[in-house]
Structure formats: C-alpha cells, structure tokens
Design a protein around this ligand. Structure first.
Ligand code: KIV
Length: 281
C-alpha cells in the first residue's frame, strides 16, 4: 500500500516498473481540492517546492522552508486516494550531509504521509540518495535545470546543450545508480532527453524535455492557465482559468455595485426552510 492508502493506491515501485511502458502522468498539487482533482488522472502527484513561487509569490524556490513543504504536503495527502505522493525537499534541507537529509526526509514522510521525497542534483547528491533509499525512503531525482540552483546558473536557462550534455547524462546515471525510483529531467534538449531515457533503468519524467521521456510532469497552475503572463515554451495550456476567473470576479464586482447580488435566492428569510437542501444551507 502506498502513502495514498486508497483502494487503487500506487507505490514508488509501481512507478519504477513503468519504465518504457505507458507514459507516466504527473502534476503538482499544493492544496486538498487540487489534489482531489488531479488524483484520478495522475500516477504521481508532486508537492513541488514551486509552491513558493506559485502560491506564495516568492521570486524563486530558494526561500521555501521545510515547514511550508510539510504544511502543503499534509493538505495534499488529505485529497489523495491512488496517486503516489512525492514531496520536494526544499533548498538547504538535504545538501549538508546524508544524515541531515535522512532526518528531514523522515520528518517530511512521517508528518505528511508522503510515499517519497524528491531531491535536486545529480552526482553531488548520489551518496545521499543511496543513504536514504537504503533506509526505507524512496527518492525521486531531479537533474538538468534544477531551480534551487538558480543563483548558480544565473537564471532559468536550458541545460545540457553541446558539451554540457555529458554532465547531465552523468548526473542522471548517478541518480539512477544510487537507487532513485524515477528522475525528473527539466529543460534539456530533446536528443539528450532521449539518450538519458535510453541509458537509465528508471523512468525519466520530463518537463521541457520532450516526449522521448517515460512520462511528463507540469505545474498544475501553469497548464490550467492560472497565470496571465507566465508562458514558458514547455507548458501547454489546457485551460485559461485566469481569464475565466477574471471575468467571474468582474461580473461579481459589477453585480455588487449594481445591487444585483445578493438576489432573492441568496437571502435568508425569518422562517426556517421546510425544503431539504433549501434556503438554510
Ligand atoms: O517544484 C516543482 O514543481 C518541480 C516540478 C516542476 C518538477 O520540481
């Protein structure tokens, strides 16, 4: 049984076993209602540290804390029945030593009920991944553009072009050999993503890494079009919810100013309702 715990619950080994099979579907979630929406359709639900930028207005993920990840992890857990829940380890919570990583990953898992954690980095975190997996903590890796290293990269630039491809390949192989059950490949060229996917024995889950991968992940708010202006090339918008929300809020503001809302249907009378599901609800 996975941490999701429902009758159809998937586990990290189930995800690992999907290498080269039907593409894995993964989305982020940070709240219970969104977790409920994505659970039915996803194999993996990631409580990404992107929560800092998406929900908290931070300019990068660097300031995201363990407390934030635990709070959002708990919320997401309440909405899941079947998908494998993975929680991101935030910047500063795992890089110092394998022991630090174990202490914090164990806290995340016991507090949130997550089935696995995700760490950014390749060769530099391989020893830590080995340490965690040997002690019962399933790990998802993350190589290529690793957003927690935005300051070192000098921006959110594509990684692995030209001679740099060798570095990303080494990172992905190190993560796989260290025992990760899957690895995210972020913002790398298609040819490199294809090569890595062929070379490693675990599923490669792409974001801006082409359809050559074993699966795909997106930030749910991006694919729902909840941001008016943020349009990275690798995101396909499946809805324009920011536009729909803007129109709804404008209509509400108009109705309030024109005294069209609340209307009779939304107003309580002095008498209790006799109709079930009626005016008192
Ligand atoms: O934090 C996040 O949402 C992620 C995904 C973009 C892979 O790491």
């Amino acid at each position: 049984m996975s941490a999701a715990g429902g009758p159809r619950a998937l586990s990290p080994p189930d995800i690992g076993a999907r290498k080269g099979k039907t593409p894995l579907v993964c989305l982020t979630a940070y709240t219970t209602p969104v977790a409920k929406l994505v659970d039915e359709h996803c194999d993996v639900v990631l409580v990404g540290d992107s929560v800092g930028m998406v929900l908290h207005g931070m300019s990068s993920t660097v300031g995201v804390t363990l407390e934030m990840m635990i709070l959002h992890g708990k919320a997401v857990r309440r909405g899941l029945q079947s998908a494998v829940m993975v929680v991101d380890m935030p910047f500063g919570s795992y890089e110092e030593s394998p022991a630090q990583a174990f202490r914090n990953a164990a806290l995340v898992m016991t507090e949130t009920g997550a089935a696995a954690v995700k760490l950014e980095g390749g060769e530099s975190v391989a020893e830590t991944i080995r340490f965690l997996t040997a002690r019962g903590i399933p790990v998802m890796g993350h190589v290529g553009l690793t957003p927690q290293a935005v300051n070192a990269f000098g921006g959110y630039h594509i990684q692995g072009r030209g001679e740099d491809a060798e570095r990303i390949l080494r990172d992905a192989m190190a993560v796989a050999e260290a025992g990760a059950f899957a690895v995210v490949l972020e913002k790398i060229p298609e040819a490199l993503a294809r090569l890595i996917t062929q070379e490693i024995a675990i599923p490669a889950i792409g974001i801006g890494a082409s359809p050559a991968c074993d699966g795909q992940v997106l930030v749910v708010d991006d694919m729902l079009g909840l941001f008016g202006t943020f349009r990275p090339k690798f995101v396909k918008r499946y809805a324009e919810l920011a536009d729909a929300a803007n129109a709804a809020i404008a209509a509400y503001a108009y109705d309030v100013r024109e005294r069209r809302f609340p209307a009779a249907d939304h107003v309580f009378s002095d008498e209790p309702s006799t109709v079930s599901g009626g005016e008192d609800t």
